[in-house]
Design a protein around this ligand. Structure first.
Ligand code: ZN
Length: 92
């Protein structure tokens, strides 16, 4: 099932769907791309994909700009959520 994208989301997704790291900021000057990306994340999660982020290493930005990519989400481990054993103590 393919999510329904708004035109702005579609523009971002088409940049990221190759799975390569992309500096969106350098490609599209889009206001509020954080809000777009959180909407994209919400729509990708049910179909098993996620948006990853890391600081841009391609350009010399004066501020902290993130690169993004879309990858298959890691399967959630079967022992999730992790439950500490009863013996576990914060202080001894
Ligand atoms: Zn960049």
């Amino acid at each position: 099932m393919k999510p329904k994208w708004s035109p702005q989301e579609e523009a971002i997704v088409s940049l990221l769907r190759s799975g390569e790291w992309v500096c969106i900021y350098n490609e599209i000057k889009m206001k509020d791309d954080r809000a777009r990306l959180s909407a994209i994340r919400r729509k990708l999660a049910p179909i098993g994909y996620e948006v990853q982020s890391k600081p841009c290493t391609i350009h010399n930005h004066t501020s902290r700009i993130l690169m993004r990519r879309i990858t298959k989400a890691k399967p959630i481990p079967t022992n999730f959520p992790y439950v500490p054993s009863p013996q576990y103590k914060e202080h001894d």
